[in-house]
Design a protein around this ligand. Structure first.
Ligand code: ATP
Length: 258
């Protein structure tokens, strides 16, 4: 079941460095939200706090709340490993285990959590590969290494791996930046299909991509180097692109800076 995310007064730090300031944002279930903004404004940092990946960096921490429906992911007693299963992540560069088979790549998370039944693993591998629009291309070579696939196929394999553990939210950090235009369109089509089941948040530098795939756009900026990044405005993507409230949003979207 896809869930909502609510960020309340989120402040994010790397040791002494205040990287992102006072972010409050609501993300509806089964929607796609795009994070846009110039380099260094904190898009990836905010994304990583949504599944507690951020705190893997030594000295990094966040204050405020991230609610998954009603559950505060930062409440005492919440297991960050469990959070990362519920809120899955796909990275900029496809990162399958290169020598592991395609099938085993998809079910790696399930195996780690103790599932051993072969029929069950085969079933999840097929469903996840179908869900990632990769099944037809790989069904005859499931035992070949994941590293043999093209870049676009590897990224869809990583999406299959992320959905195999039945997450409620999918985070994508510039998932197309290492891909050619045709593979990029395949991933965008896939995002459109996945949002019927998952809540999706995507960081992108590509304005057309944000306009094509997202329902909501959040524009981040920073007032000067060394200052924390801030959420300037968020709203329905067609509004943000056609009629932004703030001049800096308009300047960024129209390519006047960033
Ligand atoms: N591991 C880290 N340790 C210390 N500072 C970091 C770390 N990761 C990011 N930062 C700093 O936090 C700020 C926000 O970085 P972040 O990568 O989130 O920005 P971004 O908007 O995603 O940038 P880009 O579009 O270039 O990927 C930057 O000043 C960056 O240097």
């Amino acid at each position: 079941m896809a869930k909502s995310l609510t960020l309340n007064d989120l402040n994010i730090f790397y040791g002494d460095f205040h990287a992102v300031k006072d972010v409050s944002l609501s993300i509806a279930p089964k929607s796609v939200t795009a994070f846009i903004g110039p380099s260094g404004c904190g898009k990836s940092t905010v994304l990583r706090t949504l599944n507690r990946m951020h705190e893997v960096t030594p000295g990094a921490y966040a204050t405020g709340e991230v609610l998954l429906d009603d559950l505060n992911l930062y409440a005492k007693g919440v297991d960050p490993v469990g959070v990362r299963t519920t809120v899955g992540m796909v990275f900029q560069r496809p990162n399958p285990f290169p020598t592991m088979s395609i099938r085993d790549n998809v079910v790696a998370g399930l195996k780690l959590s103790g599932v051993r039944d072969k029929a069950r693993l085969d079933e999840v591998a097929e469903a996840s590969l179908r869900g990632a629009n990769l099944w037809n291309e790989v069904k005859d070579r499931l035992n070949k290494p994941g590293g043999d696939l093209s870049g676009g196929q590897q990224q869809r394999l990583c999406i299959a791996r992320a959905i195999a553990v039945s997450p409620q939210v999918l985070l994508m950090d510039e998932p197309c930046s290492a891909l050619d235009p045709i593979s990029t369109l395949a991933i965008e089509d896939l995002i459109n299909e996945l949002k019927s089941q998952y809540t999706i948040v995507i960081v992108t530098h590509n304005m057309q991509q944000a306009a094509r795939v997202s329902d909501q756009t959040a524009f981040f900026n920073l007032s000067a180097t060394g200052r924390p990044g801030e959420l300037v405005e968020a709203g329905a993507t067609n509004e943000i692109f056609s009629n932004p409230t703030r001049t800096e949003t308009e300047d960024y979207i129209s390519g006047r800076f960033g």
